[in-house]
Design a protein around this ligand. Structure first.
Ligand code: AMP
Length: 388
């Protein structure tokens, strides 16, 4: 019995392999580019060997195959391998990273290549002027690197989908509504957030719920924040922002919008969300504020405590959470009001009435939101928040 043979070819000698009568098996056409369907290829051009290795290591860790180059000419040569992403150091021997970037942009094969410049402070502008999509400042952590890569690839991949989703939102879908809920505890954020999310067909992301889930599942994050939740204290900003970032990326990609409930609660969080919005080209466009008297809020939370058995619904904790809200969170509303995106609603009436009012107001705003393109929104200086 003849030995079964599998011919592996890049296509050129396909005919020979299949017409050889001794071969019992057809040739198998191995397309080198297929590999990239599962492993995207990144080009790292960096002359500092230590940094180059670190970047390559991190990129492999997040699923990239990596080719490296230690100077400009090597980077240009490597770019012919059609990478899916390039990280270029601004300063490199031979041809500078800036020049490499310009040449890649000028060539039809690489004109659209996502490029991140690796730079020292002074070179940032030059990198973007040369055509880079983004930059990363030295020194940076591996985590920061994967974030920048993530964000850029998301923007590139999701861009068309996002625009299409935003356009279609003038008809039926709610995509394009990026709503923050800033309200005191007990005002009905959960109820109204769910209503708004289902009305606009966008996910409802509640930081309190996400944190309680972590606690319930005893994840490391849950264990780290459990006590703070029980005492009614705020969880550190970085934890909240990291958690929200993931959820926002997914929501934007899948639905083009979201209701973010329970964040921001501090100035640092407001700033973090703003920067995230700038990075993604998707700044939040509505801040929904539910307003109610403290006495009513305490009454509602005590009533809820009897039903839900939340560990942070004792009267002492409730009062601490309210005090924190007035002291740390409420001042943020002024800033959102100045930006013209604040919607304040009286949350004292019954929930159905409040819900109706919210939906009517948001529906009235929706055409406007979708007609104002992202790019023509004015940048907002968040440093003003410090004075708030
Ligand atoms: P909530 O369900 O929104 O009332 O949140 C319950 C608890 O989760 C709060 O009392 C805080 O301990 C914590 N938490 C929720 N969101 C945040 C946030 N944005 N920043 C800090 N802590 C938060």
């Amino acid at each position: 019995m003849p030995l079964p043979l599998l011919g592996v070819t890049d296509g050129r000698d396909l005919a020979t392999a299949t017409t050889d009568p001794r071969n019992t098996v057809r040739a198998f056409h191995l397309d080198a580019t297929k590999r990239r369907a599962t492993m995207p290829l990144a080009l790292v051009a960096e002359d500092d060997p230590e940094l180059r290795d670190l970047i390559a290591f991190k990129l492999r860790h997040i699923g990239y195959e990596v080719i490296t180059a230690a100077n400009g000419p090597a980077a240009l040569a490597a770019a012919t391998q059609r990478p899916d992403l390039a990280l270029l150091d601004v300063r490199m021997p031979g041809v500078s990273g800036l020049e490499v970037c310009r040449r890649l942009r000028a060539s039809p094969d690489t004109a659209e290549l996502p490029i991140i410049m690796i730079s020292a402070d002074a070179d940032v502008r030059a990198g973007l002027d040369a055509g880079a999509d983004d930059y990363i400042l030295k020194p940076f952590s591996p985590r920061e690197l994967s974030r920048r890569v993530d964000t850029l690839m998301y923007r590139r991949a999701g861009h068309h989908g996002y625009t299409a989703a935003a356009r279609s939102s003038t008809t039926t879908s709610g995509s394009g509504m990026r709503i923050l809920m800033v309200s005191p505890p007990g005002a009905g954020k959960g109820t109204q957030g769910t209503l708004v999310a289902s009305h606009f067909d966008i996910p409802h992301i509640a930081t309190g719920d996400l944190l309680r889930e972590h606690v319930a599942h005893r994840t490391p994050l849950g264990q780290a924040v459990q006590q703070r939740l029980q005492r009614g204290e705020l969880v550190p900003d970085t934890i909240v922002l990291d958690m929200v970032r993931e959820a926002v990326l997914t929501a934007l990609h899948d639905h083009g919008g979201y209701v973010l409930d329970g964040v921001p609660r501090t100035m640092a969080q407001a700033r973090g969300l703003y920067h995230l919005g700038c990075e993604l080209g998707a700044i939040n466009n509505v801040v929904l504020h539910l307003k109610a008297d403290d006495a009513e809020l305490v009454r509602r939370m005590l009533a809820r405590a009897a039903i839900e058995h939340r560990t942070d619904d004792t009267e002492a904790v409730i009062r601490r959470r309210l005090a924190l809200y007035h002291e740390v969170t409420e001042p943020l509303l002024d800033w959102y009001a100045q930006r013209g995106i604040l919607v304040s609603v009286d949350a004292m009436p019954p929930a159905e009435q409040v819900g109706r009012e919210i939906l009517i107001t948001l529906e009235a705003m929706r055409p406007l939101i979708n007609l104002v393109p992202e790019t023509s929104r004015r940048p907002v200086n968040l440093t003003g928040l410090r004075a708030a």
